[in-house]
Design a protein around this ligand. Structure first.
Ligand SMILES: [Zn+2]
Length: 745
């Protein structure tokens, strides 16, 4: 998946490895007493002192030395290396295997048959400056996993990013894609949305290319001179319909263990309906150059030296794709360090280790930071410290194909997870904002000699679009976590199982253009991304702090008021969304009725007047607003009760344990048994990936998507569903308050 989507989730700007302050901090830490916080800061200082950037470099070199996609020999060698490392650091380590469907290409033919002849090369050439790029025999060819087989021919239509709004623009120009092949550029949505929406509109095939505007020469020098995508670079990637469900297509909702019952491949609803293939812009250029028809709208034009025409045709394309629909074994590595006081409360940090090719940046740069964190925590444990709660480190396999390793593991262990798992850290659950803020406060950025927190807030302030947003960042004391959509391994935990989750990544503005290509290599990473592993070490410091605080805290560092504030923002957004949609619909229908649209159009160009839309009724937000009101009240009561609970209150230990137990499970109240309409696998009432955005999050998805899709009956139903989840959550908060006050049930 996209590292950069990860990075956007929580952009912590890190630079040089921080020097340690000599004196130990006494700053408060949520979940700890004053004395406890001092001890915790001292422990974290020891932890920082153990981190060694040379380890990150050595492991990155070794793990990325050969292509390591699932089912490859080197992926298995990496499994064995990871097991031996975790064992050597004192972890109880096991491998869990699953058997999953993983298609690889057998036939890939794409050719232009009119007006000229051109056969696409569909290859990324090795480069002398990149020592692993020549490992051709072990590389997966360029393709999109879970495209259906197909042999199709059609006139080509350029569809921009290929999202639903793009097809409305085409329709206004009298262009439809029925029976056509579409060409879409990467970006604007998760890639799997493009073939899905194309098929919904009747297209027979889909090509996706990387326009230099988005990650090529328009952005900067291309590889190997700079980090951006060259003319022959291709972005591989999964196109499984993950907004329906991620994981193995043949075992939806349950673990893909050896003997699991599997559905027939033709019954899977996550394999694409039409064939789809990614291509480089050197392969796309001849096709686009010979297109005719209306010019694309200005925002649709990329950076190629051609006029961007929409078609259809006269470029006519033949695509033939066949895949080996094989089963492969994937292997998750799970390393455990048992807690002393609350062994049944689990805190898990995971990262995937499978790559599309050599995968240095995605995923190994995150994995090696996790390894160094685990090694340092292991050393702390060997020198006598023990965590209160159980620490788990996971290295997931099969993430690239569709979050396979994490999903199958979470599905297999769903009951245990609901019982035992408090947190996963992999934006995030908004109840964790203060935890993240305090960790960022305590890691120094010596380039600017301020905390990572101050640097992040400065960055968020200047990058906000409006003065109002900038003011909001300044006044909000906590890091505003972005809501989690999808795109990485937290999805099965948060959105299916209801476990509070975080997604931590470090990154600056340098996007780079090696993503999912053979050029995401050790050479590339150490030249352009993080030459001295400064980001890697700073990431280990931050996530290490989060892990140590989550495992050591007296009471889990969760806050309900941050969550209720956030939910209140979402509720306002939704009412505004409905109002805007109502005004826009009225205005548009008027312009259609009085012929304004028609009169404004250029008479020399085709213009099709869009059909009038049903008026937007006034919607009843009361159930959600009432539930929110109750939650805000409950959260305030909890804050008061928690603040009054000090180590010298009577029965302090018993009260703390009782509160803790409730906090650990609270997030589950926000999940529903029936799940979202038409995609029951997604159960969280507040966060889900958008049905038409993929990675992009939809908050309060049941209500929001029903409004966007103008399904008023469903809006009313979903309003009740969300309100009852929020009420159930408020009831958990009330239970926690009672427990904090020492009133047992
Ligand atoms: Zn990826």
């Amino acid at each position: 998946m996209t590292k950069h989507a990860l990075l956007a989730a929580l952009l912590l700007i890190a630079t040089l490895a921080p020097a340690q302050p000599a004196n130990v901090s006494t700053a408060p830490i949520l979940g700890f007493s004053a004395d406890g916080a001092v001890k915790e800061h001292a422990l974290e200082g020891q932890f920082d002192g153990k981190l060694n950037r040379d380890h990150l470099r050595d492991w990155l070199k070794r793990l990325s030395a050969r292509p390591h996609h699932i089912g490859s020999p080197y992926d298995k060698e990496n499994t064995e290396l990871l097991v031996s490392l975790f064992k050597s650091w004192g972890y109880d380590t096991r491998v869990e295997e699953f058997d999953v469907l993983f298609p690889t290409p057998k036939t890939r033919v794409v050719e232009m048959i009119a007006p000229d002849k051109y056969t696409l090369k569909l290859a990324e050439p090795p480069l002398a400056q990149d020592s692993t790029s020549g490992q051709t025999s072990e590389q997966l060819p360029t393709y999109n996993a879970y495209s259906i087989d197909g042999d199709v021919t059609g006139d080509l239509v350029y569809v921009n990013y290929g999202v639903p709004a793009d097809y409305d623009e085409l329709a206004k120009r009298g262009i439809d894609v029925k029976g056509k092949v579409v060409i879409s550029r990467y970006g604007g949505s998760w890639r799997g949305i493009k073939p899905k929406v194309a098929a919904e509109h009747g297209a027979v095939g889909c090509l996706i290319y990387s326009d230099p505007h988005d990650d090529g020469y328009f952005q900067g020098d291309v590889y190997p001179k700079g980090a951006y995508r060259s003319d022959t670079g291709v972005q591989r990637g999964s196109v499984m319909d993950m907004p329906v469900h991620p994981g193995d297509p043949l075992t939806p909702g349950y673990g893909a263990t050896k003997d699991a019952k599997r559905i027939d491949r033709k019954d899977s609803d996550v394999i694409t309906k039409i064939p789809v293939l990614p291509i480089s812009y050197s392969d796309a250029l001849p096709l686009l150059r010979s297109m005719a028809g209306p010019m694309a709208p200005p925002e649709w034009r990329g950076a190629l030296p051609i006029p961007y025409h929409l078609g259809a045709g006269p470029t006519r394309v033949h695509m033939k794709l066949e895949f080996n629909w094989n089963m492969v074994t994937i292997r998750d590595v799970i390393a455990t360090l048992k807690g002393t006081e609350r062994p049944d409360e689990w805190v898990l940090h995971g990262n995937h280790y499978d790559g599309w090719v050599n995968g240095a940046s995605d995923p190994l740069s995150g994995l090696v930071a996790e390894l160094e964190e685990a090694r340092a925590v292991g050393e702390l444990a060997q020198s006598g410290w023990r965590p209160k709660r159980t620490i788990m480190y996971a290295a997931w396999d099969g993430e690239e194909a569709g979050l396979l390793g994490s999903t199958e593991w979470a599905e297999t262990h769903a009951d245990e997870l609901r019982r035992n798992m408090g947190f996963l850290e992999a934006g995030g659950s908004h109840s964790l904002e203060r935890l993240v803020t305090q960790a960022a406060r305590d890691v120094t950025d010596p380039e600017r000699n301020v905390s990572v927190l101050e640097r992040l807030r400065a960055h968020q302030t200047v990058s906000a679009h409006t003065a109002e947003e900038r003011k909001e960042v300044r006044e909000h004391q906590l890091i505003r976590l972005e809501a989690l959509g999808s795109g990485s391994d937290y999805t099965p935990f948060l959105q299916h199982t209801g476990i509070a989750s975080l997604n931590i990544g470090f990154g600056g503005e340098s996007g780079g253009g090696s993503y999912h290509s053979i050029y995401d290599s050790f050479d590339n990473f150490t030249r352009f991304i993080d030459p001295n592993f400064d980001y890697g070490v700073t990431q280990a410091k931050t996530t290490g702090r989060l892990m140590l605080r989550l495992t050591n805290a007296d009471v889990l560092p969760i806050e309900f008021s941050s969550f209720s504030d956030t939910l209140s923002r979402y509720t306002n957004e939704l009412t505004k969304l409905a109002d805007t949609l109502r005004t826009e619909t009225e205005e548009r229908n008027r312009e259609i009725r009085d012929r304004t649209m028609e009169l404004a159009a250029d008479p020399n160009r085709t213009f099709v007047v869009p059909p009038a839309q049903e008026a937007v009724p006034y919607l009843n937000f009361a159930p959600l607003q009432n539930a929110l009101d109750r939650l805000q009240h409950s959260a305030r009561e909890y804050d008061r009760a928690a603040a009054a609970m000090t180590p010298d209150t009577p029965n302090a230990a018993a009260r703390t344990a009782a509160v803790d137990h409730i906090l650990m499970h609270a997030e589950q109240a926000l999940t529903t048994t029936q799940g979202l309409p038409r995609r029951p696998w997604f159960r969280h009432a507040i966060y889900a990936p958008g049905f038409y955005t993929g990675y992009g999050v939809k908050t309060v998805p049941g209500v929001r998507e029903a409004i966007e899709q103008r399904n008023w009956k469903e809006v009313a139903q979903q309003m009740e569903v969300v309100a009852s989840a929020v009420n159930a959550y408020a009831a958990e908060v009330d239970r926690a308050t009672e427990a904090a006050r020492g009133k047992s049930e």
